[in-house]
Design a protein around this ligand. Structure first.
Ligand SMILES: [Zn+2]
Length: 326
């Protein structure tokens, strides 16, 4: 098997671990990387031109990025989240939405948003976890939706690839999230795996009831699906998979999404982009995905930073500047 084949297999293995408590990651802390990026405080104290010319910090420090999807509450970040967030800020990733997958995970994400500047959160029950939701879990999500720092509901959606939750139950929970989102005027964060037609059918039905706001997270669908989602009022978010050699079709889709509906995410700690593929993913790695999206759109990186950050601020109801978090 060649190197690409092995990398594909590693991605597949990583994807297979994704929905339920993934196995411990195989990445190793990289002393060079840790030593390279100063914390945000150190960065603020330096004029940009004093940074070394080869520094990733220098490269991106004038740009402001928004990671719209990261599982910051997961065990992979337990040991070093402050360092992870400092590296994100140093790379220009000034805003991160921590995404809940269960009631407990959603509560943890609310706590993270309260504790860290620039971190917001989404609360919900991910489709693969619906079957294990206990009595009162949904009510807890509904109560959490009122908490400070909550900017969206989810992640929710449908998944036919895995069989952890009967499909009818996934649909029932997706519908609950959609109805609550419309009642509260909150955006929904939508997961779609092997179920595009089913997701679209439910989104169309929701849109017939009233306005719909949200994001198709880690989008891997067709151009036609992206177009319909935009028409329904949704944003399209691209993650690290778009950087993989095999993702030519996805790059073509990313080239066509309207500029005012485009978002970026890492889906950390999963699916790290090239050239950090195979490592634990983290928000600072957003820039690698951004570079590919900018290239396929023929758009300067700074312009992509500006429009994707403004789009995320608009969707999540945040001030569009880089001031203190609300
Ligand atoms: Zn996710």
């Amino acid at each position: 098997m060649d190197a690409v084949g092995r990398a594909d297999q590693a991605d597949r293995a990583a994807a297979l671990r994704k929905p339920l408590h993934p196995a411990p990651p195989t990445w190793q802390p990289d002393a060079g990387e840790r030593g390279h990026a100063p914390g945000a405080e150190a960065l603020g104290a330096l004029a940009p031109h004093t940074l070394p010319p080869d520094s990733a910090v220098c490269y991106t420090s004038s740009m402001e990025w928004f990671d719209t999807h990261a599982h910051l509450d997961q065990a992979e970040f337990e040991a070093d989240l402050p360092e992870v967030l400092a590296r994100a800020r140093a790379a220009g990733v000034r805003h991160v939405v921590a995404i809940g997958t269960t009631a407990a995970s959603s509560a943890a994400c609310v706590a993270l948003a309260a504790a860290h500047q620039g971190v917001y959160c989404a609360v919900g029950i991910q489709p693969n976890y619906c079957a294990q939701a206990g009595a009162g879990d949904w009510e807890q999500v509904v109560a959490l939706a009122d908490r400070r720092g909550v900017v969206a509901l989810g992640e929710t959606g449908l998944d036919r690839y895995w069989d952890y939750t009967p499909f009818a139950q996934q649909q029932e929970y997706f519908e609950r999230h959609l109805q609550l989102a419309q009642e509260r005027d909150l955006p929904v964060v939508i997961h779609t795996r092997d179920s595009e037609a089913d997701v679209l059918a439910m989104l169309r039905a929701a849109r017939r009831r009233g306005p719909l706001r949200g994001v198709m997270h880690s989008f891997t669908g067709s151009a036609a699906t992206a177009e319909e989602c935009v028409a329904l009022g949704l944003y399209i978010s691209f993650a690290g998979m778009i950087t993989y050699k095999k993702s030519a079709e996805l790059r073509a889709v990313a080239a066509q999404v309207p500029t005012d509906r485009l978002l970026l995410e890492t889906d950390s700690p999963y699916l790290a982009p090239q050239p950090v593929r195979g490592q634990r993913n983290e928000p600072a790695h957003l820039v690698h995905t951004a570079e590919v999206v900018a290239e396929v759109r023929g758009m300067p990186l700074a312009e992509l930073a500006e429009c994707t950050t403004a789009n995320a601020c608009r969707l999540f109801g945040l001030p569009g500047d880089s001031g203190p978090s609300p």
